[in-house]
Design a protein around this ligand. Sequence first.
Ligand SMILES: *Cc1c(COP(=O)(O)O)cnc(C)c1O
Length: 391
Amino acid sequence: MSDSLSISTSIREKLQKIRDAGAFRELLTVDERTGSRIKMGGRWYVNFAGNDYLGLAAAPETARALNEGIRLYGAGTGASAVVTGHTRAHSELEELLCDITGKEAVILFNTGFAANQTLIKAGINLKANLLLDRLVHASMQDAVFSAPEFQRFRHNDMVHAEKILEKHPGSLIFTEGVFSMDGDLSDLKKLTELKKRYNSYLILDDAHGFGVLGERGCGTAEHLGISGTEIDVFMGTLSKACGLSGAFIAADRDFIDYLINTGREYIYSTAAPAFIAHALIKTIKYITGNEGRELRHHLHAMTELFRKRFSELDINASLLNSETSIQPVIIGANEELMSVSGKITDKGFLCGAIRPPTVPQGTARLRITVTAAHNDTDIINLTDTLKDIIG
Ligand SMILES: *Cc1c(COP(=O)(O)O)cnc(C)c1O
């Protein structure tokens, strides 16, 4: 048998295994969207399956800012940021993000995935001990497996984290502000104490907190009353609440200079278009201003309404204890989840259907994301539908 034949056989076998486990993924194709609705295959659905928490991705303000950016800067950057890809728009966006995070310097990335790969690899190159919450995002987990050694603590278990730090002071500690699949918050207060006591660095991935939490939308630390100066390295995505794409890391000047000089995902990737940076400046000012505050208040009210209705209707599934827009409903087995999810879609609602390995075995779940674009009727109709289908 030729090698290419054995490769195709092996691919088929692997795919069959994924199918047998009820975990085969197929892409949906979206034709049109608004803040809360998505059109696919000629039908509109209420969208509870995205991370566009403030409903800005399809907002006219965002489109206007993008158009203005294209007029000013044209299309692509055509080069890496370290060659000729770094424009005035990128530089102004960096300054704005420094103000918001209270940090000296910022580096921009095309994706949050790339930013986290660079962060972990920097830790490996610095020969630091890496200490991660067990539930941090795949973008950190994947990179860390190439480290000669690393430690993980049980999710949000500060006693366990401290035990490891006693043995490994001077660690780089990685956590998330809002955990993406459970919607709970990290114990940042305790982590900032621990990182000081054990002379370590705290690195916060606030993909789901930035723009959403805190009076100004600065994220989980602001929400918990922790000063930005307590977080050594702040990573945020520009693809979720900001409604566009990209990510940033904010830290002290030396740390950022180190990433600019060694981060391969940064150096060997074309810089994001300047029109996106331009639109992000407008969007982030909007998010941190009064309009953003109103959106966050509405989002909070919708989340409360969802939780209240879920418990009043006594829906027969466990809703995780989350105060954020991420509201996971645990179904358990993959087949059961896919059946429930199919019925919900038939009724005109889209909810995330998350299966292992993204979440632990036996905890397949609906990941419902409430956004500021939803209204009372959307939430009432969704919870009524969940009651009809789940019981
Ligand atoms: C989405 C996400 C990322 C990746 O960000 P992208 O910009 O989508 O690549 C990183 N960390 C967490 C916690 C996320 O949820």
